[in-house]
Write a protein that binds this ligand. Structure first.
Ligand code: DAH
Length: 318
């Protein structure tokens, strides 16, 4: 910085010299002014260089890999508080990957939706009591934080329907965060994750759907599984099923211990129609189920509340 000081002194001198212009004969003033100005510009340029060099040196001396800012003390209570990916996010990536390997596209859901996508586009009749089954939250403006990932079905169908006219199928999964106004306990959270699947083609059947779901669950749990279905009811599928897997022995299950993993069925013709797809020409199936439950079974977890709790002891187990 000594150099910078010197230059600043020089600049002062030049400025003082310039003040002497009054004593210079009129006809020489222009030249005098030019000379002084040239000197001044040179000094200013040198100052700029020195300042830039100082700045560069300072930036280089900041160790961006350092754990703390230079003057910051890390409290000992958190000796290893490095961040890491949330276990649920790791599992969601795995779920998406399995479907991708089967040829599905992955589309993200959204955090705020509306009455139309939550209910109307899914063939819920106006005032139908089934709407109450979803314990939806609402904003003051009447928007809805989605209570299931099915809110994305209508969008996905519209977004991909051109594929059908090109002779291809629609095959999309939608993982996403959902919200329900529920009493919270070890198996119920107000905020959790689901994954939706949507498939449409000219010839698909319920058998194809069960094949895809079996494949998914066997890949995810890395073992052969017994599956079972029972009739269900959803306004957006006809027929509707509940899809169950027998809890694997390796995961603490007994024979006959079936767990419901998701809801599914053949997409209702009205849902296809509303998205501009002719149900006389195309058929589809869809499914949706909770990811938290899926992950809990894999790792033998008992309390769903841990996922949203930010409890470091729980998170460090992964
Ligand atoms: N959205 C339903 C729920 O949250 C689950 C579901 C059932 C999704 C049937 C589907 C379906 O796509 O076809 O309870």
């Amino acid at each position: 910085m000594v150099e910078l000081e010197k230059l600043k002194q020089e600049l002062k001198k030049v400025n003082a010299e310039y003040a002497g212009i009054r004593d210079v004969p009129v006809e020489k003033r222009a030249e005098f002014g030019r000379e002084i100005n040239a000197k001044k510009q040179e000094i200013l340029a040198r100052i700029a260089i020195v300042e830039q060099e100082a700045l560069d040196a300072e930036v280089e001396s900041i160790d961006v890999t350092a754990f703390t800012a230079p003057n910051e003390q890390v409290p000992d209570v958190y000796p290893q508080s490095y961040g890491s990916k949330h276990p649920l996010m790791t599992e969601i990536d795995r779920v998406a990957e399995i479907y991708q390997l089967m040829g599905f596209d992955v589309v993200e859901s959204r955090q705020l939706d509306d009455e139309y996508h939550m209910f109307d586009s899914l063939n819920f009749a106006k005032e139908h009591p089934a709407r109450d089954g979803y314990d939806t939250f609402r904003t003051e403006e009447g928007l809805i934080p989605p209570a299931h990932t099915s809110t994305m079905q209508h969008r996905v169908l519209k977004m991909y329907r051109n594929k059908l006219t090109e002779g291809k199928n629609i095959a999309v999964v939608v993982p996403g965060r959902v919200y329900r106004n529920e009493d919270v306990d070890a198996t119920h959270e107000h905020t959790f994750y689901q994954c939706e699947g949507v498939y449409v083609s000219k010839t698909c059947t319920m058998g194809d759907m069960l094949g895809i779901l079996r494949e998914f669950f066997e890949k995810y749990y890395e073992q052969k599984l017994n599956i079972r279905t029972q009739p269900g009811y959803f306004p957006f599928t006809e027929p509707s099923l509940e899809f169950m897997i027998e809890k694997p022995k390796a995961l603490g299950g007994k024979k006959g211990d079936f767990l419901e993993m998701l809801g599914c069925g053949m997409i209702h013709p009205n849902v296809l129609k509303m998205a501009g797809i002719d149900p006389r020409e195309y058929h589809g199936f869809a499914w949706g189920g909770g990811m938290d439950r899926l992950v809990m079974l894999k790792y033998g977890l008992r309390d769903v509340r841990n996922f949203e709790s930010g409890n470091l002891n729980f998170l460090r187990e992964f």
